[in-house]
Design a protein around this ligand. Sequence first.
Ligand SMILES: [Zn+2]
Length: 513
Amino acid sequence: MKFGVEEKILWPAFLIGVLALFLSVPAVQAQGTQNLPPPPAPWRPKPTPTPKPEPEVLDVIKTTSNLVMVPVSVTDQTGQAVQGLKVADFRLLEEGKQQEIAYGEARGFGAPRVTYRMRDWLISRQRYWGTPIPIIYCPMDGVVPVPEEDLPVLLPEDSEFRPTGESPLKYDERFKNVPCPVSGGPAERETDTMDTFMDSSWYQYRYLSPHFGEGPFDPSKVDWVPVDQYTGGIEHATMHLLYFRFFTKAMRDLGLVTIDEPVTRLINQGIILGPDSQKMSKSRGNVVNPDDYVDNLGADVFRCYLMFIGPWEDGGPYRPEGIEGVTRWLHRVWNLTLDEPRFADAIDADATRDLQRRRHKTVRVVSEDMETFRFNTMLARLMEYTNELSRVKDSGRIDPAVWNDAVETLLLMTAPAAPHITEELWERTGRPYSIHTQTWPSFDPALAEDEQLTVVVQVNGKVRDRLTVPVDATREQVEAMAMASDKVAGQIDGAAVRNVVYVPGRLVNIVVT
Ligand SMILES: [Zn+2]
């Protein structure tokens, strides 16, 4: 057997391989049989961190507000020594900035300049979903924009999604291969798409004229902006809100719009937490599935419950027991509307007037709550109003026209919160389709005010004062007002009060000795 060149190289490799096999076998056995902890990592000395060179102090400047500025010499990334200033107190940052600028200018190494920092926004993505980038690459003419008459570039609807990890547009030959707009020769379309923020940053302008074909939006419709209300979660603050404002400012500078801000009011909604007051997550197992409630109780009950859970801006924990009350309320609205009261022959004029007043008052407060997104108190007021209607209905002595009006108002005010049930009730009571195209109920401010009563105040049976009190004031409130009256205090003048006689809504008689 001859040992050639090949064997000479193979032999050492073979030996190393056998050695490795030999050494590894005991280790495998030890792990398999005794389950020992892994051997400790070999000890190595900890690397000593290179100390940052302390800036060399060149000078100390004291300013009018005792701000200490320390001119220093530091080494920059390229290893060059540069002069700078250190400010000790950041409360005085603005003044420090001015001092720094002056210092830099005087020594000729700096000048003031405003710079902008836009949050990084990835404009092109390697995926299908997004706005196509209207660019064509031609081997002859280079980068050519898609001519305006060919805009917008639409995404193909028959692209094949393959597990390549890449955009299907890259493999869509019909989308990709286009004639060059300049020479007509073969060219390729850009297959990256823009981030979806590219659409959502200005869609509010397109919504004004969605069928307009001559451009992004009809300039004659654009004076409808700004948008009155922006709602969303706080997580939009550094993304959509920023881009949406940036687009408006850029569009303003281009002369497309005349407004500075795209929206006039922002309200962030809170988050509905899990029953354990923690953010809902699959890993915590505290996710509430709305579908189960919608299937059992209906979408209206569930929506009203979410509105009722707490202030809209705060959110709050999901408490399933609270849904019962909302269910009962909507049942009451249903019965109240469909069961006609048995109207008595003799109408109670006071009760009728009270109901009218209650109706105007409820429209006022519900309208206010609606405009300020206080949906939880809005529903509480509608529930109170429903209770009042139930009470009045049992008496049966209300003017039928006033009763009808009161119930119609209840349906109209409840419609935004419970759209399905109210539409059904609207139809069953023979009203014209649809409840959602009716005007919002109006109120008379005078009637919406609390009704006032005049209460006579006597001291030992002699009239001393007259008080104007709300119709629903309690005995304690009226007595306290009577005692606080200057005219009454002058009569009592330190005498002991033996008794107070109260005739509700009419009279207070203070008996003194
Ligand atoms: Zn070309």
